[in-house]
Design a protein around this ligand. Structure first.
Ligand code: CO8
Length: 236
């Protein structure tokens, strides 16, 4: 599976690599990228050979600098642009992927870039990573799940601080607030992400999927319902 305009897809030893590939535009998320990612993740979801996925950005400067502002700004309105962009529900698809997703992030991680990372299960940042949510400053709100996924990761007050003030944070603060699992040297980012993915891929794939499912689904349940879910899954 290849030939995408904005994404590179690779697979090696049960690990899939999805590279956002528009380095000339800091991997800005375009409509074409939405379509390419949708095809890639739909295939990954049904591919039992894939046991872990690494999402990363091409080039030296960014994981993803958010939605492509040139597309947004040439649309009749930001609302129209958003309607076009949300026609394929990439965000629901990402949140439904049964295999663990690992975001390996360097440089700018902004707007929808941060929302892509929030759909991942493990977030690894290099020392130069910078995180921000410029949406409100642009007159809109996040539309890729960010208002729901990000507070579930870093809590309400921290999310609102970033969202309402457009305060960008560096990787050390991102680690302190739990936005990223760990911070590594830039030249060790891929090695670290790969070691993580290979470790996951070495485990029983059913156990991995069930554990992820129990944690993610349980977040939307009461403790009692969650415990019942765990009980049912543990005797499968
Ligand atoms: N969309 C399109 N092109 C971009 C984007 C983007 N989001 N970000 C960077 N680029 C392009 C630049 O235009 C530039 O292109 P060129 O070389 O042809 O001039 C190239 O990438 C390199 O960027 P810079 O020269 O600007 O690099 P700097 O290191 O000087 O600055 C920044 C890096 C600070 C990241 C800067 O590029 C920037 O502020 N980018 C925009 C960030 C942003 O606001 N993203 C949108 C977030 S909001 C979101 O994702 C939700 C949807 C928003 C909808 C808006 C509706 C009105």
């Amino acid at each position: 599976m290849n030939g995408f305009k904005t994404v590179i897809y690779e697979k090696n030893e049960n690990v899939a690599y999805v590279t956002l590939n528009r380095p000339e535009a800091l991997n800005a998320f375009s409509i074409q990228m939405r379509d390419d990612l949708y095809e890639v993740f739909r295939a990954i979801k049904d591919d039992d050979e894939v046991r872990a996925v690494i999402v990363k950005g091409a080039g030296d400067k960014a994981f993803c600098a958010g939605a492509d502002l040139t597309e947004f700004l040439t649309a009749p309105s930001a609302v129209k642009a958003r309607q076009i962009r949300s026609r394929r529900n990439l965000w629901k698809l990402l949140l439904d992927i049964p295999q663990p997703l690992i975001a390996a992030m360097h440089g700018y991680v902004l707007g929808s870039g941060m929302e892509i990372a929030a759909c991942c299960d493990i977030r690894i940042a290099s020392e130069d990573a910078v995180f921000g949510l410029p949406e409100v400053g642009l007159g809109i709100i996040p539309g890729a799940g960010g208002t729901q996924t990000i507070p579930r990761i870093i809590g309400t007050a921290r999310s609102l601080d970033m969202l309402l003030t457009n305060r960008w944070i560096k990787s050390d603060e991102a680690f302190q607030i739990g936005l990223v699992n760990r911070v590594v040297l830039k030249n060790e980012l891929m090695k670290n992400a790969e070691e993580t993915a290979l470790k996951i891929a070495s485990y029983n794939p059913d156990s991995v999927r069930l554990a992820k499912y129990a944690v993610i689904k349980g977040l939307d349940m009461s403790l009692q319902e969650g415990l019942e879910l765990e009980r049912r899954l543990s005797i499968k």
